[in-house]
Ligand binder design. Structure first.
Ligand code: F6R
Length: 613
């Protein structure tokens, strides 16, 4: 939610900031703005509702010269998306400017108190309240800029990644973080601040991931990191792993399509180096660390949101099948506000692509406070969840930029397969022989995904046929059920067609009433344990004139007698079905969205990283 970029150094700041904002646009695209501070202490602020490209057009011909500056791309929380609510925001006197990602939860009480003391606000944002507060602390206490920021932040409840500059001092930039991500790029006599490393990677590979409660003070070319209670910290400089190529479209029309096509590689990268077929063994340091606990664990709780929650459902089936452990899969947002029964014996797994989802993080905090062991499956290295957990496994999907999750999902499922197999072996519920067979099968999956991607031309024809539908149903059983949910979510989020995923057998308990000749029904009907039952469900749909698109196993000729369209995927072990069956559903949503002229990579109202409740 919201992307921030800032620069201080010897280069022109504006092009760096605009380019960085475009890379961060996946985090929100309701409005964009920049603040540019010249050596002569002129502070120019330009902001515009809409995309970064709208801002770019609106600032053509304006004075953009500055070596210090910052920019913001917004996902609206407080106040509608318009020019006034766009960041940066100014303090009352115009001395200080701020950009902010996060939510100041006590902004209303702070604002009321400030209004009583004579402050006037231009916007509806929580962010403007914060910069007024900083200025008030600065003036009333005769403090320096840095001290004022620090003192003001002690009054704030909520989450923030902020950057503040002071008009009086063009060589001074302060960043602070709590709950929202912040990375600092350390170049030659220059510094960058951003929500993630993508705006930084082409200038320097040296970065520092700021921790919660830390403040970065950049004065000229000097960087100091302190805690909010004024303790100096030694920064830990890491080398970036991502490269420029991985964050560009590489010839594809959209990031989403590129990311769908990257799946043979991202799945491979997520198990490469962890599987040892000859020794019938899986090497996952995070799992090995808790071997004793996992051998006797009574239950696993999986937490996630959206697509990651769907991966969690796949995980439930995997852990039950291979490790014989009862599993509960929870929406993080619900779990955190219930009074869950949890203790030291529980093993909690959080799944999150971004590693920053606020609800998932809060649910983990709750689990940790009850003494549970917490484990993370995340894609973004150095993000908040992996830093918070006791252990974890990274998915190696590479940066996922399209807002709709694709390759991160299959990478999460790959990690879950490895975990379930490894724990199953340790618990003695999975023989070495069977483990070997499954690992051999896993090795074939990247090429099977490749083959599945070759269904694209047929999927495009089907998309053309159904692009004007207003509703769609997705049905599946067993491992096909989470895939039905995921297929429906993909369609609704990027094409704005209402879609529901259901366990195929549940259809007759309600949704069947919706079926008529206008209703596309996508059915996962592969030749696995539920095949005959799913065929019966298809017949029930056909009897009500529904239009069936079946995802079926190569070589199954029979299914053609039942379905209107058949998309064939290669045969596979049932537990690996999600890795293949998801692919045509991603492609279907993609093509329908493109045909409906929707913004595939940045669907309306969404953001990639949901760092607010
Ligand atoms: C859907 C999608 C979202 C995310 C959800 C959780 O395509 O991307 O549903 O899966 O917001 O995000 P992470 O995985 O970053 O915690």
């Amino acid at each position: 939610m919201c992307g921030i970029v800032a620069y201080i150094g010897h280069r022109e700041a504006c092009p760096i900031i605009l380019k960085g904002l475009k890379r961060l646009e996946y985090r929100g695209y309701d409005s964009a703005g920049v603040a540019l501070l010249t050596p002569e202490k002129n502070l120019n602020i330009y902001k515009k509702s809409g995309k970064v490209s709208d801002l770019e057009t609106s600032i053509e011909g304006k004075d953009l010269h500055a070596n210090t500056g910052m920019g913001h791309t917004r996902w609206a929380t407080h106040g509608v998306p318009n020019d006034v609510n766009a960041h940066p925001h100014l303090s009352g006197s115009g001395e200080f400017a701020i950009i902010h990602n996060g939510i100041i939860e006590n902004y209303a009480s702070l604002k009321q108190a400030l209004i009583k003391r004579g402050h006037e606000f231009k916007s509806d944002t929580d962010t403007e309240v914060l910069i007024h507060l900083i200025e008030e602390v600065y003036k009333n206490n005769d403090l320096g800029f840095e001290e004022a920021v620090r003192m003001a932040l002690t009054q704030v409840i909520g989450a923030y990644a902020i950057v503040i500059l002071s008009k009086q001092d063009p060589n001074y930039l302060i960043g602070a973080k709590k709950g929202s991500p912040m990375v600092i790029g350390v170049g030659e006599n220059e510094h960058f601040i951003a929500s993630d490393a993508t705006p930084i990677v082409e200038y320097t590979r040296n970065v520092i991931y700021l921790h919660d409660g830390e403040i970065a003070i950049i004065k000229g070319t000097e960087l100091t990191i302190k805690t909010i209670d004024n303790t100096i910290k030694t920064p830990y400089i890491q080398e970036l792993e991502i490269n420029l190529e991985s964050i560009e479209k590489g010839g594809y029309e959209h990031f989403m399509l590129k990311e769908i096509y990257e799946q043979p590689r991202s799945i491979l990268d997520s198990f490469r180096g962890r599987t040892h077929i000859n020794d019938a063994m899986i090497a996952m340091a995070g799992i090995d660390k808790f071997e004793d606990k996992l051998k006797n664990v009574k239950r696993i709780i999986i937490i996630g949101c959206g697509t990651s929650w769907h991966a969690g459902l796949v995980g439930e089936y995997l852990f039950e099948d291979f490790a014989r452990i009862p599993v509960e899969v929870e929406y993080a947002s619900e779990f955190r506000y219930r009074n869950p029964v949890l203790d030291e014996s529980d093993f909690v797994i959080a799944i999150s692509q971004s590693g920053e989802t606020a609800d998932t993080l809060a649910a983990l905090e709750l689990a940790k406070s009850k003494g549970a062991t917490i484990f993370g499956i995340c894609n973004v290295v150095g993000s908040s969840i992996p830093r918070f957990t006791d252990a974890g496994a990274y998915t190696h999907a590479g940066p996922e930029i399209g807002v709709a999750s694709t390759k991160a999902f299959t990478a999460q499922v790959t990690a879950l397969i490895l975990m379930a197999l490894s724990i199953g072996q340790k618990r003695g519920t999975l023989s070495s022989q069977r483990l070997r067979e499954l690992l051999i099968e896993l090795e074939t999956i990247p090429s099977k995904v490749e083959r599945t991607l070759a269904t694209d031309p047929l999927v495009k024809i089907i998309a053309e046929e159904f692009k004007n539908s207003t509703n769609a149903l997705y049905l599946g059983r067993g491992y096909g059920f989470p895939i039905a949910l995921e297929g429906a979510l993909k369609l609704k989020e990027i094409s704005y067609i209402h879609a529901e995923g259901y366990p195929a057998a549940e259809m007759k308990h309600g949704p069947i009433a919706l079926i008529d000749e206008a209703m596309p029904v996508v059915v996962i009907a592969t030749q696995h344990s539920y095949y005959e039952k799913v065929i019966s469900n298809i017949q029930e749909v056909k009897a009500r004139k529904g239009r069936v698109i079946a995802i079926a196993t190569e070589g199954d000729e029979e299914i053609k007698n039942h379905a209107d369209y058949v998309i064939y995927i290669p045969p596979c072990e049932e537990s690996m079905l999600p890795l293949l069956a998801t692919i045509p559903l991603q492609l279907l949503s993609y093509h329908i969205a493109v045909m409906r002229e929707c913004n595939v990579d940045q669907p309306r109202n969404l953001a990639k990283s949901v760092t607010v409740e």
